[in-house]
Design a protein around this ligand. Sequence first.
Ligand code: AMP
Length: 289
Amino acid sequence: MKVLRTPREMHAFREELRASVATVGLVPTMGYLHEGHNSLLRAARRENDVVVMSLFVNPTQFRAGEDLGSYPRDEKRDLAIAEGSGVDFVYAPEPGDIYPGGFATKVEVEGLTEVLCGSETSRGPGHFAGVTTIVCKLLNAVDPDVAYFGQKDAQQATVIRRMAEDLEFRTRIVILPTVRERDGLAMSSRNAYLSPEARKRATAIWSSLLETESVFDTRGLEAALQAGRQKLESAGITPEYFEARYPGTLDAADGNSGDPILVAVAADVDGTRLIDNILIEPSNPRSKS
Ligand code: AMP
């Protein structure tokens, strides 16, 4: 496994690969790897000749006051895990090389980025402008045939799909299911912040989503959301949002169309911001009015 530290090195290696290699898979990460990342790496390994993992804590997707400074980092461990998962190249640039003096470009997806995590009361639309700009740069630098993302960040997946289509990237965007701890908590690098007590309470996030799913089938969407929110609040967690949206457009869902519904939640658990979601497939839409 080779570690590439600068865009220039990345571009040079990509040129070398062009002649000899059929397909390149990219897994973008901010590091502090866990099984969620690993599932993406394994899929990339199975499906491509060459696997590139990017390792970059992207400063522009953090708002002032968020956890950029304390975001968990352990490059040595990440490199060992990546090697174990069969990664060929790790692209681990420095912020100064990605955003050199004079950098002035922003890639922005409208609409989809103004709800849920993008609303002003959450991380704000600037968060996704940071995400789409860095993903755009990574797709340009690595020029992968396939790029892998997790359903854990459902809104990010929708926004990236939109960007890739709108900007005619020829990279295929693949979204893989959320990997969970045994008790249901979605794996996240930020879980490392949780005290044992907060870690236990955080399981209410997934159980509140399961509750929403099960109530939906019998009592419809409004009652389902209410039951989910209640379950979360009874664990002492007040959600930043707990909303039902259609996954492709992120329009508010009314539950009457029979289309799959994304229920997405963000919540602060003892100072740690966690997100999760569930995709509900209405089994009998006509009974849901
Ligand atoms: P991050 O390092 O948190 O930016 O995540 C890098 C990629 O891994 C993103 O595409 C995430 O959606 C994905 N990811 C993070 N956590 C999980 C998880 N628990 N299951 C599946 N994918 C995940």
